[in-house]
Design a protein around this ligand. Structure first.
Ligand code: ATP
Ligand code: MG
Length: 415
């Protein structure tokens, strides 16, 4: 039997991993400068965490989870990471630490979906979460970081959409209005929308099904979503956020239909999309989830965050050039070669040589194809004099150095 990676997963090969490292390095730089600390949580969690923490009206919980039973305990591969971070926040009493707590994460997520461009079953997210700040300044800070990151990756044609979902109090009436509007034609909506109708009617606005979209458009829905149901506190929050975004010169549009895929959001929700992607056009989704910590058994703690899909970032960004190997040693004196290679490496110079110990001219060929900037030649003469020949593989110019000079040359200037 020919073995292959499971459907919807992809190997990240040695020839591509430098791009992933580049993305991760950029993210780390931004998180470090913004004083966010990394958190690493398990890749699987108790199923109940996601059922409660993501919400039972969501596609994720209803049909996308990889769940398995181990010794009568139901476990699930994480489909997203906010629930896991909140679980850790509560479990380790992080709410007792000085507020705010600012964290970031990266890693694989798992959703049983139909694989297509930009949609995999194992995919990778980078995300941030801020705990303990009620004010919209935290919403603005995380949005600024997302835009900064996308800029650093040189991703253009982006649009930021924001919406205000209100809170549990002001939203209830709104949900009921949606229910009233769709009730007469409910049977015509898809099965999922019928479930959403019962569990969280707001989520009907998020249905991707064309027929449901048309059905919805035939109701009073436009009037309802424009209805001023938001309470003064939630309304002030949204105005405050927009003030910060303006101060930051971040362009945005308000999309009243934006509800986001998870159940626990309140007040701010946002999405960053790229016009360059096909139908899978969302690169970043986030929002405020003030009720979640308490819902999962912790003390009431406001929180806001976002997650980005790294595969989608990769398909949009300008690919960096891989520049790593500095020196390729060409020599048939293997004792000397392995010794100098180890010295150069320990000094921080990326060095390689021909482990296959082929003939001299084959090695020179290999050096030229290796991507290294220099070939370091150790022949008989070099062995005798102790002066090593360094050949610039681009210009062909050769110079002689003794070993210490060589190390200094590489360490003093960035080659
Ligand atoms: P979509 O509407 O595209 O299904 P979502 O609302 O399910 O997105 P979130 O749960 O908010 O997505 O996840 C945040 C980001 O993770 C998305 O904006 C997207 O970039 C990425 N993402 C989500 N699901 C997948 C997937 N199956 N494959 C690749 N990336 C994904
Ligand atoms: Mg989805």
């Amino acid at each position: 039997m020919k073995l292959s990676a499971p459907k919807g997963t992809k190997d990240i090969l040695p020839s591509e991993s430098y791009v992933w490292q580049f993305m991760e390095d950029k993210a780390k730089f931004i998180f470090d400068k913004s004083n966010y600390k990394e958190i690493r949580t398990p890749i699987f969690e108790a199923t109940e965490l996601f059922a409660r923490g993501v919400g039972n009206s969501t596609d994720i919980v209803n049909k996308e989870m990889y769940t398995f039973i181990q010794k009568e305990r139901s476990l699930t591969l994480r489909p997203e990471n906010t629930a896991g971070v909140v679980r850790a926040f509560i479990e380790h009493g992080m709410f007792k630490l000085p507020s705010p707590l600012k964290m970031w994460y990266k890693g694989p997520m798992f959703r049983y979906e139909r694989p297509q461009a930009g949609r995999q079953r194992q995919f990778h997210q980078i995300g941030v979460e801020v705990f303990g700040i009620k004010s919209a300044i935290a919403d603005a800070e995380v949005i600024q970081m997302a835009m900064w990151y996308l800029n650093e990756l040189k991703i253009s044609k982006l649009s930021l959409e924001i919406n205000n979902l209100g809170c549990e109090k002001c939203r209830e009436e709104h949900k009921n209005k949606i229910k009233e509007a769709v009730k007469p034609i409910l049977a015509e909506f898809c099965e999922d929308c019928n479930i959403r109708y019962e569990r969280n009617s707001l989520r009907m606005l998020d249905c991707k099904n064309e027929k449901c979209k048309q059905l919805l458009a035939s109701t009073e829905i436009d009037a309802i979503i424009n209805d001023d149901y938001i309470c003064p506190e939630c309304s002030d929050h949204f105005i405050e956020l927009q003030g910060y975004l303006k101060a930051l010169n971040i362009e945005y549009t308000i999309n009243k239909r934006l509800v986001r895929g998870l159940d626990y959001y309140n007040k701010t929700v946002f999405e960053i999309t790229s016009n360059a992607l096909g139908s899978q056009n969302a690169v970043c989704g986030g929002g405020r989830y003030d009720p979640l910590v308490e819902m999962l058994g912790g003390p009431s703690t406001p929180a806001v965050g976002w997650a980005m899909g790294m595969e989608r970032l990769l398909s949009l960004m300008e690919l960096p050039k891989e520049e790593n190997l500095q020196v390729f040693i060409v020599s048939n004196y293997m004792n000397e070669t392995i010794k100098i290679a180890s010295e150069l490496r320990i000094s921080g110079i990326c060095t390689d040589y021909d482990l296959g110990n082929r003939g001299f001219s084959k090695q020179l060929d290999k050096a030229a194809k290796s991507g290294a900037k220099y070939a370091l030649i150790i022949g008989e003469e070099e062995l005798k004099t102790g002066n090593l020949t360094l050949k610039n593989l681009l210009s062909g110019i050769q110079k002689k150095f003794d070993k210490n000079e060589l190390i200094l040359k590489f360490c003093n200037k960035k080659n």
